[in-house]
Design a protein around this ligand. Structure first.
Ligand code: URA
Length: 519
């Protein structure tokens, strides 16, 4: 029999492989008579518009329809679904012999009934190893992509650009992860083989799609990615501060973060000096006297609480300039691990607004969007809050907006991060940050949005529905207006939304005189 040459459309042409394999099998062509090739990736402009836009909803559809292809080779009864899933992953491996291996396995599955009961068969083991390598590469890409932000001409929204060098053909397969994880950000991931660009729904300067659009482009070069930015300096400081010399396990670290990824990780340049210093630092940690546990519940009377100061480097005094002091406190919250929430969040979300704002607005904790963007009230609850203050004629720039808890607490459901109400101990552990913010801003009055904020500010449980729309007095004699959290309105029955919104505005309006007097 003459050798058959099959040319697939590209390195990840799973449906082409499935179609060709099925045809070859039907024609009884044995694997040794088939040579597999892939066409080189099409060249073209980066992000050329002839690439189909990538709809995140279709990601799921595409993979589920691929899943349903259990009849890859012959019929569903012949090929186990697990084999189809294995093929989907192995196809992404960089080894050019993968298609030959998969077709051989398919052929043998059909012709050697004993194969499915032999997990140690050399072809099966080889394919399993390849799948494992692909999964590992996908995991590394999710963990080690580092974005740097740039501003493009004609678009005020920054775009976050990352450079990554995967080993295997995984870029398209990992794309849905980044779409879900960074849905609201504009981002680009450049790799030598393929590039991705995500424009969130309604992003300015784009066609303003409803769902957001993912486009694929050809490969790029390392130098196409932007140089380090200020955000990276913050990340390096953060990395340096969370590096715990007593926990240093070099072998484990290199296993989790192989050296080949180091050159694209900004923190990698810190690893060697920090490692060298680790012995000395852990010696100092062992010899140091025990630290005083962070204060929990009581309200601080002093201007800046000792617990906040303990996370500000010893050699640094809290600045006398409140703008500078707030920046120091903000920086220190990044390192806060006084409760478990901080370890899981992307970053802390500190308050923002003018340092001598007359009114401080306090929410519960950052949500998913706030956690990703590092700013309070920028997600759905923040949008409703913005609508309310616009209706009241309060400029947001006049308010100091913050939260009782500085990190996002969530529960993972599938790939989604679902908000979880912070426990009372977590709110109490975070209280000194809020106290420090109050001490610096010295607002004339505060607005508590919801029960968590009200309890943190008043130091007692608050029945929001009963006590809303009234001024209360905190331990320092400041006035605190209690009202609903905007999320409560978002959850309200749509039929009652406008009425609930009107009542909420009436509550908030009690603080209007402070804004207008300050203007
Ligand atoms: N909910 C809050 O309480 N705060 C935020 O910043 C966002 C949502």
């Amino acid at each position: 029999m003459a050798t058959q040459t099959v040319t697939l459309d590209g390195d990840t042409d799973w449906s082409g492989f499935r179609h060709e394999a099925r045809t070859l099998l039907a024609r009884q062509i044995p694997p040794e008579d088939v040579v597999w090739h892939t066409r080189a990736s099409a060249a073209g402009d980066l992000f050329a518009s002839d690439d189909p836009a990538f709809d995140p909803a279709s990601v799921e559809d595409a993979s589920s329809s691929r899943r349903s292809g259990a009849h890859v080779g012959a019929s569903a009864s012949v090929v186990p679904p697990a084999f189809v899933r294995l093929c989907e992953t192995v196809v992404l491996h960089e080894d050019p012999s993968r298609f030959g291996l998969l077709y051989r396995l398919l052929w043998r599955l059909v012709h050697e009934r004993g194969l499915r009961n032999d997990p140690l068969d050399a072809d099966r083991v080889h394919a399993q190893h390849m799948a494992q390598a692909v999964r590992r590469d996908m995991h590394k890409m999710k963990a080690f992509v580092r974005f740097r932000s740039i501003v493009e001409a004609g678009n005020p929204e920054p775009v976050h650009v990352a450079w990554f060098e995967p080993v295997h053909h995984i870029v398209e397969a990992v794309a849905p992860f980044f779409v879900r994880r960074f849905t609201q950000m504009r981002w680009v991931i450049l790799t030598p083989e393929r590039s991705l660009r995500w424009e969130p729904a309604g992003a300015s300067g784009t066609s303003g799609t409803v769902e957001g659009a993912l486009s694929f482009g050809p490969g790029a070069r390392r130098q196409d990615a932007p140089p380090a930015d200020a955000g990276e300096a913050l990340w390096l400081t953060y990395y340096q501060n969370i590096f715990n010399p007593a926990r240093l396990k070099l072998a484990m670290m290199q296993k989790e973060m192989p050296r080949r990824y180091w050159r694209n990780l900004p923190e990698a340049e810190l690893i060697t000096p920090l490692t060298i210093d680790a012995m000395a630092r852990s010696g100092r940690m062992i010899e140091a006297p025990p630290t005083v546990p962070a204060r929990r519940i009581e309200v601080v009377e002093s201007l800046a609480s000792p617990a906040s100061l303990s996370l500000i480097p010893e050699e640094t005094q809290l600045s006398a300039d409140p703008v500078e002091a707030l920046a120091q406190l903000k920086d220190a919250t990044q390192r806060c691990r006084e409760c478990p929430i901080g370890a899981h969040a992307t970053q802390s979300v500190f308050g923002e607004g003018p340092v001598r704002a007359a009114l401080m607005v306090v929410g519960e904790q950052p949500g998913d969007q706030e956690d990703l963007r590092g700013r309070p009230f920028v997600g759905p609850a923040g949008q409703l809050f913005d609508r309310a203050i616009a209706d009241l004629g309060w400029p947001r720039e006049a308010l100091y907006v913050t939260n009782a808890v500085k990190h996002f607490k969530f529960e993972l459901r599938g790939k989604r991060r679902i908000h979880k109400t912070p426990a009372q101990q977590e709110v109490a552990a975070c209280l000194h940050w809020l106290e420090s913010e109050k001490a610096q801003v010295q607002p004339q009055a505060l607005v508590a949005l919801g029960a968590t904020a009200a309890r943190a500010l008043l130091g007692r449980p608050v029945a929001v529905m009963k006590e809303r729309g009234q001024w209360h007095t905190d331990a320092q004699g400041r006035q605190v207006l209690v009202t609903l959290h905007p999320s409560a309105l978002l959850r309200a029955d749509p039929a009652q939304h406008e009425e609930a919104y009107g009542a909420w505005l009436r509550d908030l309006a009690l603080a209007s005189s402070l804004i207008h007097a300050a203007a």
